[in-house]
Write a protein that binds this ligand. Structure first.
Ligand code: FAD
Ligand code: GLY
Length: 414
């Protein structure tokens, strides 16, 4: 296989009557099957948004031999399934350290996306129109009051809108809307284009992207990393970043009592429409669902939150619940052609918070997993903090709050 040209295609359940050229529903990479690398200065496990962002950040900091190992195709899992919302103010219930991390990362996006565009020529379509949070029920009205109060007290950008103002801003939303908040700083990115940009940026930085290669175990001796045992042989290294998303805790670590915290898959299904002209300009969010309009006329509707193991089937009940929540937001959805459905597995730790940074037990083993609902949002800050921890040996206060040692009992493989 080495040296052969292979075409890797990631497909997202797209209906056959839609001209493929019109929709970025696939990530297609014509590339040489990568050479096997026997050594790495840093080895990153997982080619999703998190692994790719970290690998690029390491290379930009001067790490020469960064090797990223992806068992299948780059970006093909949760990172492609996501909606690309960068919306901590719409999603958070409280101002805690996680909320602060999310806001910091969101605010890094304009620079992050511009740098990627500069490096690769690929526009990740960062859209800064903002997010509308709609209320349809008494419960929703209490939610918007609560958010408006605590976020207003913190001086965050949030505007309260009456139903008329909300419908003036977005004429496509339902006449049943009872109130709304506008979060001008909660924005969105086209996550599949972001992945293409990250792949190209890594290639430009000479990061070695070993696709079709799985890390089976991490070899360590007396508390230090020696290398990774892959499906194609041993890669020697003293530093490994675990960025395997929902599969992270399958990776075994020899000579230690399994120090990988337990990460579980949480399925999210998505439905995609085509809308020209678009039925919305903002991301539109309710406590039950969301609509995300894309520049090319697609409108993504999400989602479900299911504990279904590693099953990724799109189900009738999943699509039914997404459609009913989308129709609540905008009855105009009923006239739109439905052009795609897909699902992905969010990686969730026991406390639903990301697992970031080095652990005390094994020197050289660094975690960047468990990003659950916010991996696209948290990619830029994760890249910076993890690269900083490895290159400058700095474990920031942000990392301390999300370190792997917070789990009292060390997780076991699922
Ligand atoms: P993944 O993208 O799953 O990548 C992990 C990679 O590791 C995979 O490619 C896998 O093959 C590889 N891997 C695993 N084990 C091994 C191994 N042993 N050897 C080699 N490779 C391995 N987040 C947001 O911020 N905003 C959103 O709007 C948003 N919407 C979402 C909507 C849905 C429906 C879903 C499902 C998720 C959404 N998310 C969103 C969450 C976001 O998608 C995830 O948090 C993020 O993609 C996680 O990235 P990751 O790189 O950790 O995981
Ligand atoms: N953050 C959106 C989702 O996980 O569906």
């Amino acid at each position: 296989m080495v040296g052969e040209s292979v075409k890797l295609e990631v497909r997202f359940n797209v209906f056959s009557n839609v001209p493929k050229s019109k929709l970025p529903t696939t990530l297609t990479l014509d590339r040489q099957m990568p050479q096997f690398c026997e050594t790495a200065e840093v080895l990153v496990i997982g080619g999703g948004v998190i692994g790719l962002t970290i690998a690029r950040a390491l290379a930009l900091r001067g790490v020469r031999n960064v090797v990223l190992v992806e068992r299948a195709r780059l970006g093909a899992e949760a990172s492609s399934a996501a909606a690309g919302m960068l919306a901590p103010q719409a999603e958070a219930d409280d101002a805690d350290s996680f909320f602060n991390l999310c806001c910091q990362s969101r605010d890094m996006y304009p620079t992050f996306a511009a740098a990627l565009r500069e490096e690769t020529g690929i526009d990740a379509e960062l859209d800064r129109t903002g997010t509308l949070y709609l209320a349809f029920t008494e419960h929703d009205l209490r939610e918007i009051d609560h958010r408006y109060d605590w976020q207003g007290r913190l001086g965050l950008a949030v505007q309260k809108l009456n139903p008329t103002d909300a419908r003036t801003l977005e004429p496509g939303i339902s006449e049943s809307v009872r109130g709304a908040l506008k979060f001008p700083n909660d924005i969105q990115v086209e996550n599949r284009r972001l992945l293409s940009a990250l792949i190209a940026a890594n290639e430009k930085q000479s990061v070695r992207l070993m696709t079709g290669t799985s890390v089976e175990s991490i070899r360590c001796n007396r508390g230090r990393i020696e290398g990774a045992v892959t499906s194609r042989g041993l890669v020697s290294t003293d530093t490994i970043v675990v960025a395997g998303g929902a599969w992270s805790s399958f990776i075994k670590v020899t000579d230690t009592a399994s120090p990988i915290p337990r990460i579980e898959p949480v399925k999210g299904q998505m439905v995609c429409f085509n809308s020209r002209p678009s039925i919305a300009r903002h991301v539109i969010y309710t406590p039950r669902g969301y609509l995300v309009p894309r520049r090319d006329g697609r409108v993504l509707a999400g989602t479900t939150t299911e504990q279904a193991g590693f099953d990724k089937e799109v189900t009738a009940s999943g699509v039914h619940s997404i459609l009913s929540n989308a129709l609540e937001i905008s009855p105009r959805i009923s006239d739109l052609p439905l052009v795609g459905v897909w699902s992905g597995l969010r990686p969730r730790a026991q406390d639903s918070l990301p697992v970031l940074g080095p652990g005390a037990e094994v020197r050289g083993l660094v975690f960047a997993t468990g990003h659950y609902r916010n991996g696209i949002l948290l990619a830029p800050i994760t890249g910076e903090l993890i690269a900083g921890a490895i290159v400058d040996n700095v474990v920031s206060t942000e990392l301390n709050a999300f370190g792997p040692d917070r789990f009292a009992a060390v997780g076991v493989n699922p």
